[in-house]
Design a protein around this ligand. Sequence first.
Ligand SMILES: [Zn+2]
Length: 230
Amino acid sequence: MKKIQTPPLVLEIKKKYLLEHLDEVKKLIETWIGELRAPLPFSRERHFELESVYSPASEVDPDRNHILRHHLKSRALWNHHTNWQRSLENIFQLISEIRTRAEELLLEMPLAEKRDYTEDYLGTALWKAFALTREKKFELNYTIPKGREGVALGAYLIELSASTLEELNMVIHQHKALVESISSKTGMELLLAEFFRAEDLEGKMQKIASTALASNNIIYPCKFCKYLWK
Ligand SMILES: [Zn+2]
């Protein structure tokens, strides 16, 4: 029996579509590599969803997730990925525990009743406590906000009423003490260790995926392109 040949025109069209698809796959992988980065815990500068475990945007979409998992075949890559997800879940858990302990520490502090503290008072203290645990040094640039009373830390107002030098110094002194106390008493070291574990896995995944891209090791079928290969 003679095999029915696919008409040359159809072959041409399939080839064109396949090349377009592989181009999109490459762009998707590039985007995804950039997303393999756990947000800095308590960061005020790189905001992220605090209410849930971090997940790359490309993976949230089921179709794009399917493409990634079928065009990147490295088993080591997806093993690292499983461990990374576990690490991100631990980070999320630790963040929530540390926040609770920090709130308790704040309640124990002898804060002046007359002062008007903002939400960022604790928020920036958590952020800087993580930085202190990581860098082993203080980097706290307190300022007096222009045209108003109170104290700011970087771009964030932490207190709204201090006006005399004594009051300003007291707010700054107590905030520093809170940063130090959160850094040493809430399990921040555990969070840092878990964050380093996640970072290490991110580096490994980025390397494998980048090598696959550079060597064109992505030419596998997925459900969107499998009919184009025949
Ligand atoms: Zn495909």
